[in-house]
Ligand binder design. Sequence first.
Ligand code: MF3
Ligand code: CO
Ligand code: CO
Length: 273
Amino acid sequence: MNYVDAIDAPLERDGSIKLHGPEGFAGMRKAGRLAAECLDMLVPLVKPGVSTEELDRAAFEFVVNNGGVPACLGYRGYQHTTCTSINHVVCHGIPSPKPLKDGDVVNIDVTVIVDGWHGDTSRMYPVGEINRRAERLVQITYDSLMLGIAQVKPGNTTGDIGHAIQKFAEGQRCSVVTDFCGHGLGRLFHDAPNILHVGRPGQGEVLKEGMFFTIEPMINLGKPTVKILSDGWTAVTRDRKLTAQFEHSIGVTKEGCEIFTLSPAELHHPPYA
Ligand code: MF3
Ligand code: CO
Ligand code: CO
């Protein structure tokens, strides 16, 4: 990092939305690729009988053996490389020794740091055979993420992103979780702006070339309300109905956006076979 970048990149949130140049895009490309490769690596490992703790260990080994640092490890006291959110767990599920069962659907969310840059991404993984309602929710959630991403270009707003996601998901008789949102990232894990997954066209922050943030909609089959379990992390749907999430890290370009966490193996969404 040269002197000019150092003063442009405070290591604590200061509320400003940072605008990055070619060096930032190059850094995010590497970090995003490693995070996506980690999710690719996990695809054949997710099956009935495996525990999320074993998957987390595989993710840890993969990240550190490929020049990355797991960003979640030690983050606000969190002790794992991944979050593994099963069925009605909305996000921040903690890897555990309990084996996955046929018919479960699990979100695996990984964030890696490479050369100081953060790549943050998650996908849904079916465990064995899943039912059609689960399949449908997973596809709706993936589609809502990609519709949100399609709104990203200079001059559009964060409200345009949220609106596209909300309009589509609610049109499919699903609900959008509002207790968690996407976030700016770069040299920081969680930074301005907040990316709400609901909104009104034209409202919120105006997008500018060089902004980096995640979009990570959580979509429910039932009501949008969540609660946090006594472990202080695990967020579940209050009605215990199914929920799903996908996440990409992206950068705003002159024309639109670049997705830093696209799957190199083209394992974008299930079915992965
Ligand atoms: N990766 C999550 C996100 O999308 C954050 C996990 S924080 C942790 O922002 F501490 F739980 F790992
Ligand atoms: Co995120
Ligand atoms: Co994440």
